[in-house]
Ligand binder design. Structure first.
Ligand code: ZN
Length: 89
């Protein structure tokens, strides 16, 4: 009937027994990453304490803002370096 659901349940049992098989699914900043379990697709993220926590919609939103902020800062720093290189010439 619904094979996908029963497969996921089987994988969940596997994860409960042997632990999740996380891989980095997204790099938010140099310190914050999102992880997805290869088996059951459970998602984790690094919280503000540097610990891993479940990736809830709230954390997803925080990460989105963090990523935006981080990228802007990187662009700013790159531009700053570029400008200082120009003025040094
Ligand atoms: Zn898992």
């Amino acid at each position: 009937m619904n094979n996908t659901t029963s497969n996921q349940n089987a994988l969940k049992i596997y994860c409960d027994l042997f632990g999740h098989n996380y891989e980095v699914s997204k790099k938010v900043t140099s310190h914050v990453k999102e992880y997805t379990c290869k088996c059951c697709k459970k998602q984790l993220t690094t919280n503000s304490n540097g610990n891993l926590t479940e990736l809830t919609p709230k954390y997803r939103e925080i990460n989105r803002l963090l990523e935006d902020f981080y990228n802007r800062r990187m662009v700013y720093l790159k531009n700053k370096t570029f400008v200082s290189q120009l003025t040094n010439c």
